[in-house]
Design a protein around this ligand. Structure first.
Ligand code: PLP
Length: 433
């Protein structure tokens, strides 16, 4: 029995079924490559779900972490604070869009960042309703599950959820949902369900992650900004997946020119160490009373040291520009593959947040989750790690580290093309039989 097979059996016996995982048990990883316990090598197009924008074990991140570990590893910022936390807040305040005073607090996970953004928005507005979007994903805690607009696998069986959360349509040009239709749906909500003057916050992913890499049209984001201004609503951009240079800008919302009030960050910020943050307008961030915000591990010193190195690397290695060129290469490879294989209905994304949608028929656009699952299996068999997404689980997303060498990127794209061809061939044979 292989070590991986043995671990799969042990995992099934020791870890709850609900904690899903793939069969690749990692032994070591470096930049955009990963080796499993049986010595198999993989090109990593998942990057720990958009966490390793700076790659596995970036030398500068490793060095910063090792140096911090020599000094102290945890004190709790509320008990004995440290300069590096304050300096990282200063750096994010300067980087975030908006020509106004800003403040930042740190937490550990993306869900915690979103939870805190909602807490802050509610406190500042003295209102409670929150608007989120269909297909959006914001985390797995009770509030963030409630905000999430995708039932499986995130919400089924876990309710009841907090009250006063409303979902509106998210634009999806490929599925015929235009900006106008999405705005009409918000209007319906404001007339039928909730008074906009009572809404605390609108939370939006400028590029939906788990929902299928749907890019919010810029006119949609501008209209949301206008609605927020008109009704005194706090606009929250969830940049947990799309932030930290992934889309070619530090924050994905910057492409639209829209300035949100609050930004939730995580994933890429810590370069592989758990760290998240809320950055935003000082007047809103300062609303809560002293002691009202925080947590034991929020802004852990090791993670903060890693984040400083991540920001240095993004700047010194030009990772925003690199995201644009990696994304361009992926997109053109996928577009030529789409001409060859009629199962690819759409290729979309922003920067190096690229995805393709699998359909049974180009006209009906019926989602094809089977061929999607098969692509992931075929890729894994060839040594490529891929992830799916989309409410119908029929989208393959590419999230290679932005530090990926050109040779590994080319290799990964060849493996991807071979996997899609094999999956399509197999599934179409199955359909005929
Ligand atoms: N928000 C978005 C957009 C995400 O993609 C995720 C995770 O995938 C989260 C929030 C939750 O982050 P975490 O899993 O770190 O709690």
């Amino acid at each position: 029995m292989s070590k991986s097979a043995d671990l799969k059996t042990r995992k099934a016996a020791a870890v709850p079924t609900g904690v899903g995982s793939r069969g690749i048990y990692v032994a070591k990883a470096e930049n955009s490559e990963l080796w499993d316990v049986d010595g198999r090598r993989f090109v990593d197009f998942a990057a720990g779900i958009a966490v390793l924008n700076t790659g596995h074990r970036h030398p500068r991140v490793m060095e910063a972490v090792a140096k911090q570990a020599q000094a102290f590893t945890h004190t709790c910022f509320h008990v004995a604070p440290y300069e590096s936390y304050v300096r990282l807040a200063e750096r994010l305040n300067a980087l975030a869009p908006g020509d106004f005073p800003k403040k930042t607090m740190f937490l550990s996970s993306g869900a915690e960042a979103v939870e805190n953004a909602i807490k802050i928005a509610r406190y500042a507005t003295k209102r409670s309703p929150v608007i989120a979007f269909s297909g959006g994903f914001h985390g797995r805690t009770l509030m963030t599950m409630a905000l999430t607009g995708k039932v499986m696998p995130y919400k089924r069986g876990f309710g009841p959820f907090p009250a006063e959360i409303y979902h509106a349509e998210f634009p999806q040009p490929y599925r015929g949902i235009t900006t106008e239709q999405a705005l009409a749906d918000l209007d319906r909500l404001f007339h039928g369900d909730v008074d906009p003057k009572s809404v605390a916050a609108i939370i939006v992913e400028p590029v939906q992650g788990e929902g299928g890499f749907n890019v919010a049209p810029f006119d949609f984001l501008r209209a949301l900004r206008q609605l927020c201004d008109e009704h005194g609503i706090v606009m929250i951009a969830d940049e947990v997946q799309g932030g930290m240079a992934r889309t070619g800008k530090m924050f994905s919302i910057e492409h639209s020119g829209v300035v949100p009030d609050l930004i939730a960050t995580a994933k890429g910020l810590g370069g592989g160490f758990p760290l998240s943050g809320v950055t935003g307008r000082a007047s809103i961030m300062d609303a809560a009373h002293p002691g009202g915000l925080g947590g034991t591990y929020g802004g852990n010193p090791i993670s903060i040291a890693a984040a400083h190195a991540v920001l240095d690397v993004i700047e010194s290695e030009g990772l925003c520009q690199r995201a644009a060129s990696v994304g361009e290469k992926m997109r053109s490879r996928l577009l030529s593959l789409a001409k060859e294989l009629p199962c690819i209905g759409d290729v979309r994304g922003l920067g190096a947040m690229v995805a393709f949608e699998l359909v049974k028929d180009l006209k009906s656009k019926e989602p094809d989750p089977e061929v999607t699952a098969s692509i992931l299996t075929q890729a894994e068999a060839r040594g490529l790690i891929l992830l799916s997404c989309g409410t119908a689980v029929n989208v393959v997303r590419l999230l290679a580290p932005l530090t990926i060498p050109e040779t590994v990127l080319n290799e990964g794209l060849e493996l991807l093309a071979a996997a899609v061809r094999a999956a399509y061939g197999q599934e179409s044979k199955r359909a005929v039989a």
